[in-house]
Design a protein around this ligand. Structure first.
Ligand SMILES: Nc1ncnc2c1ncn2[C@@H]1O[C@H](COP(=O)(O)OP(=O)(O)OP(=O)(O)O)[C@@H](O)[C@H]1O
Ligand SMILES: [Mg+2]
Length: 285
């Protein structure tokens, strides 16, 4: 019996050490962290990796909404910490993508007492069970961010190609650089090829030049993101094709080490096929 327990312990430790715990952060609010967490979570799970998404935005939680899981929450991360339930009881498994589980945020009062060690405890518990743990971080560089940071080994910094978002991302990167987090990668969200072409928007090279981070991917501006968000069904869960869905899938592949080329915004929407699709989508009143 003792040998079995010891074997279980060693196995758990081995699994935990190999788990990728990834902080999804930004600095500026509203740049697309939660949308990326939900879509990436589904994409990774769909590719066979057991994946947990942890809502660390205790003040303004909405990862449950984006995943359409808000009505299935019974326990939260807070109950796990308070030992009111086991982790397995608090995890909400996605019905359509069972390899994905959400650990919901507790109520906003958690912000008052939560410490980095608490987040570490949660992430260690999740690491025993999952290949990937994605931590949806609150905006800003205050305690909520610092607590979430303590729970992770890697980070994805999300920004929009706008000066204010890039400047806030730079502050976050400054803090990440003083921690053990490695690698720190960049996702540029809401890219509009036309505005970039007419130099009305910072280019990918501009943003990368300012932030000096390896680029994990870009996500194109896509109204389907807003539609899918409102439905509580991430784009990566839907059958249809859309520019942002392709970007999310590419990012998930790159996270798993696949060599997938980054979409060049200059070539987006220029092919005959793209123009035909646009024409078909145009509503004539
Ligand atoms: N690529 C995209 N194209 C179009 N809309 C997008 C895209 N990415 C995100 N959005 C929209 O931007 C809004 C903010 O996204 P989201 O909630 O994911 O940001 P956030 O960084 O998590 O915000 P917060 O800091 O408040 O937590 C949402 O309405 C979402 O639908
Ligand atoms: Mg969010």
């Amino acid at each position: 019996m003792k040998v079995v327990l010891l074997f279980e312990k060693i196995l758990k430790q081995f699994v935990s050490e190999n788990t990728r715990t990834i902080l999804i952060c930004s600095g500026k609010g509203g740049v697309g962290k939660t949308t990326l967490t939900a879509n990436l979570g589904i994409a990774l799970a769909n590719s066979g990796a057991s994946t947990a998404v942890l809502d660390a935005d205790f003040g303004l939680r909405n990862l449950d909404l984006l995943l359409g899981l808000e009505n299935r929450i019974i326990y939260t991360a807070q109950d796990v910490l308070d030992k009111k339930c086991r982790l397995e009881q608090a995890l909400v498994r996605h019905k359509k993508e069972p390899k994905l589980a959400l650990l919901p945020a507790g109520d906003p009062r958690m912000l008052d007492w939560m410490k980095p060690e608490d987040m570490k405890e949660i992430s260690e518990l999740l690491s025993e069970k999952f290949d990937f743990v994605l931590v949806d971080c609150p905006a800003g560089v205050e305690d909520g961010f610092k607590n979430a940071l303590a729970a992770c080994k890697e980070a994805i910094v999300v920004t929009n190609p706008e000066l204010s978002a890039v400047r806030d991302a730079d502050r976050v990167i400054g803090i990440l650089n003083t921690s053990d987090i490695d690698p720190i990668q960049l996702v540029i969200n809401r890219v509009r090829p036309n505005m970039m072409a007419s130099q009305e928007m910072l280019s990918i090279e501009d943003v990368q030049g300012i932030l000096s981070l390896p680029l994990l991917g870009i996500v194109l501006e896509d109204e389907q993101v807003i539609i899918s968000t409102n439905r509580g069904e991430p784009l990566t869960l839907t059958d249809g094709k859309s520019p942002a869905k392709k970007c999310y899938l590419n990012i998930s592949q790159r996270l798993k080490g696949k060599d997938v080329p980054i979409i060049d915004p200059k070539n987006e929407g220029k092919s005959l096929k793209d123009r035909f699709i646009r024409l078909m989508q145009t509503k004539v009143f």
